[in-house]
Design a protein around this ligand. Structure first.
Ligand SMILES: Nc1nc2c(ncn2[C@@H]2O[C@H](COP(=O)(O)OP(=O)(O)O)[C@@H](O)[C@H]2O)c(=O)[nH]1
Ligand SMILES: [Mg+2]
Ligand SMILES: [Zn+2]
Length: 365
């Protein structure tokens, strides 16, 4: 127990400890109530072996160059990485097991989903967020609304294995929010679209189906669309607005980068929400599956084409061209499919050489 106290003392360095300073108990694997609060889902619990039952459960809430911040069932918690660990290997949303005596991370649990971005000109991926169940793709009912950009976010969600939901904010500022919603709904089969005023406490109601204990949502979208405002609304009035929000230039609806880092926040009715800074340019690279899902109406037709390697442009017996002729497929969709495919092909590195020659593209067109 002595070691547990030294762990706590790291939280309050200038304090003489008494027993009452120990606060709520640390979240152990046997502490089902705290695990439930923390949103620890069965997928993660199932990974823990019987010999690990003495360990503590923590979730990474932000990643810095030299350290990571974490939470447990009672709030912020210390998590020490091994001296040789690289914080870039961890993502906000990661679940980890920690030693109760030293606070040292023992291991990271396998991720259910992960968002990663390939930075321009850099090998490898930049981790954005992990274990996200639902991606709220946030855009506003104004000049920010851009179907081509929304498609890129949808590809990102599909590729990560995360359910996308389009969240249209600033519905209070227009009277044709439904028009935006109808347009957004055509972007992908069975896509959910929600219209909110992010500043209103009522915004929480239509978003609740994707929140609740065990659920993690992440917010993406341009700066100024209301992501941080939504985090504050989802956190509830008791949380005291954990995120700073910004102003936008009204003429082009461009936001400033008020949010600079990713962070994890508790949702009032249970579950967790990850805020992210706006992404300026979103390239598609190595996202073949994500594109297939976005354009499911095209992907589904391809097996009916006469040629297996049909490019759906000039070939005889092309089921996709036939669908365009009979008016069941929007030709603009085929154009966008083609250009996103080409971008993906150009930007996906095909590694060669002795070490990497197994890392070819997952799937060939
Ligand atoms: N009227 C209205 N203003 C909003 C709404 N959502 C966000 N805002 C405002 O838009 C600005 C940018 O919001 P912020 O949350 O910082 O955007 P972020 O960059 O996406 O995190 C702030 O002034 C918000 O108060 C909304 O639904 N309605
Ligand atoms: Mg923000
Ligand atoms: Zn074809």
């Amino acid at each position: 127990m002595r070691a547990d106290r030294s762990l706590i003392s790291a939280r309050k360095p200038d304090h003489v400890l008494t027993l009452s300073d120990l606060g709520p108990p640390l979240t152990r694997l046997t502490d089902t109530a705290a695990l439930h609060r923390l949103g620890f889902a069965a997928f993660f619990a199932d990974q823990v072996g019987p010999d690990e039952s003495h360990l503590l459960v923590r979730r990474i809430s932000s990643v810095h160059r030299d350290r990571v911040d974490a939470i447990d069932g009672s709030g912020p918690a210390v998590l020490e990485l091994a001296p040789n660990a690289n914080t870039a290997d961890y993502a906000v949303g990661d679940w980890v097991l920690a030693d109760p005596h030293t606070g040292l991370m023992v291991r990271r649990l396998t991720r259910r989903t992960v968002f990663q971005r390939r930075a321009e000109g850099v090998m490898g991926h930049q981790l954005a967020a992990a274990n996200v169940d639902t991606l709220f793709v946030v855009t506003s009912c104004n000049a920010d609304f851009n179907p081509a950009r929304l498609e890129r976010y949808l590809i990102m969600a599909n590729e990560a294995g995360t359910r996308p939901v389009i969240v249209l904010t600033k519905a209070d500022m227009v009277d044709d929010a439904e028009t935006y919603a109808a347009q957004a709904a055509t972007l992908q089969r069975d896509l959910s679209v929600v219209i909110v005023n992010a500043r209103s406490p009522e915004a929480i109601d239509p978003l609740m189906p994707w929140c609740g204990p065990g659920q993690t949502v992440a917010l993406v979208g341009s700066s100024g669309v209301g992501k941080s405002t939504l985090v504050n609304t989802l956190s509830g009035p008791g949380a005291g607005d954990p995120q700073k929000t910004g102003t936008i230039r009204e003429q082009d609806a461009k936001g400033r980068h008020t949010t600079t880092a990713r962070s994890l926040h508790a949702i009032e009715g249970g579950g967790w929400v990850i805020d992210t800074p706006g992404i300026r340019t979103l390239y598609v690279s190595d996202v073949t599956d994500g594109i297939d899902t976005l354009f499911a109406e095209i992907t589904d037709l391809a097996p009916d084409c006469k040629f297996r390697d049909c490019s759906h442009s000039h070939e005889k017996g092309c089921a996709v061209q036939a669908a365009i002729k009979d008016g069941t497929l929007d030709p603009a969709r085929l154009d966008r499919w083609r250009s996103l495919q080409a971008e993906n092909r150009d930007r996906t590195p095909v590694f060669t050489g002795p070490k990497d020659n197994k890392t070819l593209r997952k799937k060939k067109y």
